[in-house]
Design a protein around this ligand. Structure first.
Ligand code: DHB
Ligand code: FE
Length: 294
């Protein structure tokens, strides 16, 4: 059967992608940020998944403001990097996994979550920047990403966004879906976006490193309690775009200690933790959690 062996959490700042694409990663501003992902790139090689289930948000790129699904699962065979106004990022196309994606859609919809099926979609920085950070620089003409990806888009762009609690419960349903797939696949689930940032309005530029670090502590140690945090706290403490962090609860909810009947005291192992401010307008947070029994 397929199984989830690890979760990865990372911010998706678009300027990070531009820094990689323009060869600026060793500049003094960027070097400390990229140093925090050196471990992660090696970890990806040492723990290569068969599939990444990548929870991200589209920034009015694939969906536009005309139509915004709350939860959308990518069932396509391939996804192209989107043109966000400066041309598509020069990174490889993203291979999908239509069979596992369709199975997860079937299972999760039957568990009463209304997913939108997306058979064609371009993917913006919300998806390609986490891939670049974890997999390193890739030549679109010569290289490929290390494995297929199932993109899972969450609306955190226009209110109302889903609650942290609903995201956490959805993660638990995704775990059940993965574990009911017959093929023996090693699946990683990623939660992306965040951490604190606000891009507009009177509080533009807001960063709250204390709150972010407490979020990381609680995500590791007490995710079910963290899931109860209401929207208003994200917006007040982490800024309007800090709401992207509810996506991290989907990935965390998919881990073994959050499942029904999990033994008390079961917790994932923290393989890596990194925090850096600022990158562009955003606080960058990053975690790699490995299942205790893999
Ligand atoms: C920035 C961060 C984001 O999450 C985003 O989607 C766009 C811009 C920023 O920090 O500039
Ligand atoms: Fe964003």
């Amino acid at each position: 059967m397929a199984r989830i062996t690890a979760s990865v959490f990372t911010s998706h700042v678009p300027a990070v992608g531009a820094a990689m694409d323009l060869g600026k990663t060793q500049e003094p501003y960027w070097q400390p940020l990229f140093a925090g992902y050196e471990f992660s790139k090696q970890w990806m090689k040492d723990n290569k998944p068969d599939v990444v289930f990548l929870v991200f948000n589209d920034h009015a790129t694939a969906f536009s403001m005309d139509m915004i699904p709350t939860f959308a699962i990518g069932t396509a065979a391939e996804y192209s990097p989107a043109d966000e106004g400066w041309g598509p990022r020069p990174v490889p196309k993203v291979a999908g996994h239509p069979e596992l994606a369709s199975h997860i859609a079937q299972s999760v919809i039957q568990q009463d979550f209304d997913l939108t099926l997306v058979n064609k979609m371009d993917v913006d920085h919300g998806l390609t920047v986490p891939l670049s950070l974890m997999c390193g620089e890739k030549d679109p003409h010569k290289d490929a990403w290390p494995c297929p990806v199932i993109p899972f888009a969450v609306n955190v762009v226009q209110y109302p966004a889903p609650s942290g609690q609903r995201c956490f419960n959805l993660g638990r349903a995704i775990r059940r879906a993965v574990e009911s797939y017959d093929e023996d696949l090693n699946v990683h689930i990623w939660g992306t976006g965040g951490m604190s940032h606000q891009l507009q309005g009177a509080r533009a530029g807001l960063i709250n490193a204390d709150w972010d670090n407490k979020f990381l502590d609680r995500l590791i140690a007490e995710p079910a309690e963290l899931a109860k945090v209401p929207h208003i706290e994200y917006v007040r403490e982490a800024g309007s775009e800090g709401i992207e962090l509810v996506m991290w609860l989907i990935a965390r909810g998919a881990m073994a200690d959050c499942a029904d009947g999990a033994p008390a005291g079961l917790q994932p192992r923290v393989a890596h933790r990194f925090f850096h401010v600022p990158a562009s307008n955003t606080a960058v947070g990053h975690l790699i959690l490995e299942e205790a029994a893999r």
